[in-house]
Design a binder for this molecule. Structure first.
Ligand SMILES: Nc1ncnc2c1ncn2[C@@H]1O[C@H](COP(=O)(O)OP(=O)(O)OP(=O)(O)O)[C@@H](O)[C@H]1O
Length: 362
């Protein structure tokens, strides 16, 4: 099951020419405002007719410029989740869900029960959207899309209208959608934390082109690919939750390296994915002594990429994975950092934002 996209389209002052594959899992289109993410979504959904290219889902052609094929949106079997939940205000939650199921080719009560349970919306079924919080509406919108039994879900910045606590509330449900529902998802985001949490595949976009496509760890750990700028650069690593300590810290095992983070609400044994922002990583050429930071990762410099200003992005290979460190060019020179130089990456426990900690895809 995969989505194959090749698109060409010109708007005045904007030329799109790109191709990518979205395999099963969550494929995130990641790029800054105006890079073309929504245009791709609209072309896949059938809401616009691109100048040329081809879009196929599981081998079925949805659009083909040469063969003049352009299936209307309702024949594409896609579940669409927008930034605003767009629920019907005059229908209850249960009726909104039933509306989604109306478009399903088959399905039954057990589907609805499973989706309601997965999204934790059982207590809301009798309410109308006006009586729901933003986060609850978002969960119902996910349910409605799922119950249409789509071949793929398209989610266009579904969290953008929510504040940080609501985002934190919804992200685990998108993780469950990724890990339990078995429906591939194409997801648009310009927020690095969201990408790091959810993506199995990242397609980085810039000015209507694909900068790079690959796994979340590959793309987010590539210092040359920073579609939303250096401030949002950060690598992802995977670890296993090892233990919870009485002082409130959770201990993770990242390929034999112990990491200590503020309490993670998961049981020991859980596979955890973390985003480590490049600007929160310090580097030392000797193992630091008498330092407050609890996380010290030995590694080797793989690359030093000077920035346009005083900063430099240093790529460090550790046993736990590739890490990015944003330091000053001055420090990089003073420490003699160059490929092959052994270093210690220093990460404060409290620097790892809870929003950047999630469960790993299976
Ligand atoms: N209908 C249209 N007519 C003309 N230009 C358009 C149209 N739709 C989009 N564009 C232009 O195409 C470019 C890409 O827009 P698009 O909405 O795909 O970007 P985006 O990455 O989704 O941005 P954002 O994150 O702000 O939603 C922009 O320069 C935009 O102005």
């Amino acid at each position: 099951m995969s989505l194959s996209v090749r698109l060409r389209h010109d708007f005045p002052g904007f030329a799109m020419d790109l191709a990518f594959e979205a395999p099963p899992g969550v494929t995130v289109l990641f790029g800054r405002s105006g890079s073309g993410k929504s245009t791709v979504m609209r072309a896949v959904a059938g809401l616009m007719r691109p100048d040329g290219g081809r879009v196929a889902l599981e081998g079925r052609t949805l659009f083909d410029g040469d063969r003049r094929i352009h299936l209307p949106p309702h024949r594409r079997r896609l579940g669409v989740i927008f930034q605003e939940a767009r629920l019907f205000p005059h229908l209850s939650v249960a009726e909104n869900l039933r509306y989604g199921a109306r478009f399903a080719p088959r399905g039954g009560a057990e589907d609805t029960a499973r989706v309601v349970e997965m999204l934790g919306i059982g207590a809301l079924l009798g309410r109308r959207p006006g009586a729901l919080s933003g986060g609850e509406k978002a969960r119902v919108a996910i349910g409605r899309a799922l119950l249409s039994r789509p071949r793929m879900i398209l989610a266009d910045e579904p969290l953008a209208a929510l504040d940080a606590p609501r985002k934190a509330e919804i992200l685990p449900y998108f993780e469950r959608l990724r890990d339990e529902a078995g429906v591939p998802v194409l997801y648009v985001s310009h927020a690095a934390e969201e990408v790091a949490r959810l993506a199995t595949t990242v397609v980085a976009l810039e000015n209507g082109r694909v900068l790079r496509q690959g796994s979340a760890a590959e793309v987010l750990g590539d210092a040359r690919v920073m579609p939303t700028g250096v401030r949002s650069a950060g690598a992802v690593i995977e670890a296993v939750l090892h233990a919870h300590h009485p002082d409130g810290l959770s201990e993770l095992d990242a390929a034999g390296i112990a990491l200590f983070l503020p309490c993670i609400d998961r049981a020991p044994g859980a596979r955890i994915r973390l985003r480590i922002a490049a600007q929160d990583v310090m580097l030392a050429t000797a193992r630091p002594q008498d330092i407050s930071a609890l996380n010290l990762l030995p590694g080797t410099v793989a690359a030093v990429l000077p920035g346009q200003g005083p900063g430099a992005m240093v790529t460090v290979d550790t046993a736990a994975g590739r890490i990015l460190a944003r330091i000053t060019g001055r420090s990089a020179r003073a420490l003699g950092l160059a490929p092959g130089v052994p270093v210690w990456a220093v990460i404060k426990s409290v620097a790892v934002a809870p929003g950047g900690i999630g469960v790993s895809p299976p």
